[in-house]
Design a binder for this molecule. Sequence first.
Ligand SMILES: Nc1nc2c(ncn2[C@@H]2O[C@H](COP(=O)(O)OP(=O)(O)OP(=O)(O)O)[C@@H](O)[C@H]2O)c(=O)[nH]1
Ligand SMILES: [Mg+2]
Ligand SMILES: [Zn+2]
Length: 285
Amino acid sequence: MKGRVIGNISNLYYIEADGKKYECNARGKLKEDGIVVGDIVNFNENENIIEKIEKRINYIKRPKISNITQIICVLSAKHPKPDLLMLDKQLAYAEYIGVKSVIIINKIDLDKKRVEEIKKIYKDIGYEILETNAKEKIGLEKLNKILKNNISVFAGNSGVGKSTLLNGIFGKEITKSGLISNKNKRGKNTTTNVSLYKIAENEYVADTPGFSTFDILEISSNDIAKYFKEFKQYMPNCEYADCRHIKEEKCGIRKALQEGKISESRYLNFLKIYEDLKDKEEHRW
Ligand SMILES: Nc1nc2c(ncn2[C@@H]2O[C@H](COP(=O)(O)OP(=O)(O)OP(=O)(O)O)[C@@H](O)[C@H]2O)c(=O)[nH]1
Ligand SMILES: [Mg+2]
Ligand SMILES: [Zn+2]
């Protein structure tokens, strides 16, 4: 049979096929290659063994998931405070792998001013932004529309409200199962495993554990600027084809920054990511 991996706890894989759920193991070779949530697999339903992984359309390392059509980057207005560096990494990564990205600012009840500031930066670039208050179920209808016909993954820091948003969409607490969620040190519920939840045929949404870093090491430092969506249009104005957009005198991106066409926050995060990638490239050998 052919199905989609929707969950995984150590060597046990939860598969959804023809509207039914199966629990399977994997053979040694496949285990080593690593089956991840999102994979389309062939499995033997009598022996409960996965036999083959279909070729992936895409794959993210962290959160580990494959075959997605969009990344939903979730921030909270406050508690935890919005991490725009992580957001910019995620947005760049989505550009790099060629999937759509949407920004959710949750907990709008906690800091309206901050919401407006963030909206200003990203609306101008052309990103779709949704404001939500997951606790009061505000903004969930719009979120439903965004999820339509997509395989979406919720990404963002721990505590921003990813699981609360998901529970709101399904109208029940689907994320609190002991297998995928646990109480952390402070007694709060925190997601520990990536899981896909089915909304409709070919429409799924993944909850993921919050993470404090987001690796984009596959992207070369020389390429990162072009994955800052609004930077691309100014690159032809750079004097040199290999402009790094850092200190160069005649740089289209720096000029756009000075003219206020590129936000300072985005440019500074670009610099940080560039330096970080460069540093890691130099220490790789
Ligand atoms: N004030 C306010 N609190 C919220 C809102 N949404 C979620 N919360 C609260 O924020 C806390 C964290 O929410 P979760 O949904 O568990 O966050 P998460 O992103 O899934 O966190 P991890 O699983 O650790 O990655 C919970 O106590 C929620 O009740 C909101 O819109 N407003
Ligand atoms: Mg969670
Ligand atoms: Zn330049």
